[in-house]
Design a protein around this ligand. Structure first.
Ligand SMILES: Cc1ncc(COP(=O)(O)O)c(C=O)c1O
Length: 402
């Protein structure tokens, strides 16, 4: 008689708190598409789904790498040509105390490795609220309780330094700073970075500076890197090809570790143990890093120009729609409008998708101050699509909250 295995295989309890709201909405979207409706997508930050294309010279660099036989495993930290190019990029970002660089499968893998290599049970890392939910997902997987600090909506979504100070405990090991920010589009001033660095210095914390959007600054100001204003503080700066270089599917990211050499040495060794255990990052795609960082940057002019006018359409709509208000985004391609509505923003986005087929992500998926409600808009679609989506959201709100 054949033996059948009918016992349910349960998932590990450590996953109970692992959530990723951006992709968790997929089931509602599938419901709507199964009914034959096209979705207006304002939910996923993938430029390639819209009218943006990976620069040709990057594609050629990867193609040539494949033709040249770079199809085996790569060295665990990354290929030397890429590491050199990342060091060059660090210098252009005015990061002067670089102690290590390594390549990973997207910034996502860098975050996983860097957090895993740092925190012990019972310790914590300060993460922003709202935050890009990968940070809380990785910490949840590690069994680390969240210790979140607020971004202050009344101050253009800048980090609330008083809240950070209040939340630092003897078991706090680091602070995550996403700049330019997802989901708010805010950009930190040099003064803010200096003040945060001073807190890190005083409490011996490491700063994780996620600068994956550093070339997508929408106004005339320049991006300032945390590691540049705090050369003595241990900082891991994250960057990659997904956003600035329009190649998210290649899964190429990197980390730059800076600070005093002796202070960061054991931590760097720990990270490399993890990097060796996972063998290597995607190999041929690493050959696009030099091409990206040292080749023509023309695409960025066009990207920023498109994003600027899409940001303007978005802010204009927010500010002219009852129950909606928004801090104008200054970087990346996200807006995080506030909603004055009598129900949860999770219900708002689900019903909006079901009734008007516009898909956005609820603020509660990123975190927000108690009693406030938001939703995140990705303003990558062209102006005509955005205008159509915003008209549908306006109509939905008028019908629902008369
Ligand atoms: C702030 C931030 N960091 C990291 C990532 C993920 O980057 P990667 O595609 O390099 O894994 C994203 C993606 O949206 C992001 O918004």
């Amino acid at each position: 008689m054949p033996v059948t295995q009918a016992r349910e295989i349960s998932a590990a309890r450590r996953l109970d708190n692992v959530r990723y709201a951006i992709r968790d909405l997929a089931s509602v979207a599938s419901e709507v598409t199964a009914q034959g409706h096209a979705i207006l997508p304002l939910n996923i930050g993938d430029p390639i789904s819209f009218d943006f294309a990976t620069p040709r010279h990057l594609i050629e660099a990867v193609y040539n790498a494949m033709k040249d036989g770079h199809n085996g495993y790569a060295p665990s930290p990354g290929v030397s040509e890429a590491l050199e190019a990342i060091r060059g990029e660090a210098a252009r970002k005015s990061i002067t105390t670089v102690q290590d660089v390594f390549v990973t499968n997207g910034v996502s893998e860098s975050v996983d490795a860097c957090l895993t290599a740092l925190v012990n049970p019972g310790e914590n890392i300060l993460t922003p609220c709202p935050d890009y939910p990968m940070y809380s997902a990785v910490l949840a997987k590690l069994g680390i309780d969240l210790n979140t600090y607020f971004l202050n909506e009344d101050d253009g979504w800048q980090p609330d330094l008083i809240d950070i100070q209040r939340k630092i405990t003897s078991r706090t090991r680091g602070i995550v700073l996403i700049n330019p920010n997802n989901p708010t589009g805010s950009v930190c001033s040099r003064r803010m970075l200096e003040q945060m660095a001073e807190l890190a210095r005083r409490h011996s914390l490491i700063i994780f500076a996620d600068e994956i959007y550093d070339k997508l600054i929408l106004d005339d100001d320049r991006h300032v890197s945390m590691a540049a204003v705090a050369p003595d503080v241990p900082v891991v700066t994250f960057g990659g090809l997904s956003k600035n270089y329009l190649a998210p599917g290649w899964r190429i990211g990197w980390s730059i570790v800076s600070g005093e050499a002796a202070a960061v040495k054991p931590y760097i060794e720990g990270i490399h143990r993890l990097l060796r255990a996972r063998l290597c990052a995607n190999h041929p795609e690493q050959y696009a890093i030099k091409a990206a960082l040292e080749g023509p940057q023309d695409h960025l002019l066009e990207v920023r120009q498109k994003l600027r006018s899409r940001r303007d359409v978005t802010v204009k709509w927010c500010n002219s729609t009852p129950r909606v208000s928004c801090v104008a985004p200054r970087g990346a391609f996200y807006a995080y409008p506030r909603l004055e509505i009598p129900e949860g923003d999770d219900i708002f986005v689900k019903e909006l998708c079901r009734q008007k087929h516009v898909l956005a992500v609820h603020g509660s998926g990123f975190g927000q101050k108690p009693g406030t409600r938001h939703f995140r808009i990705v303003f990558l679609p062209d102006e005509a699509t955005l205008t159509k989506a915003y008209a549908a959201i306006g109509e939905f709100m008028q019908e629902r909250y008369k």
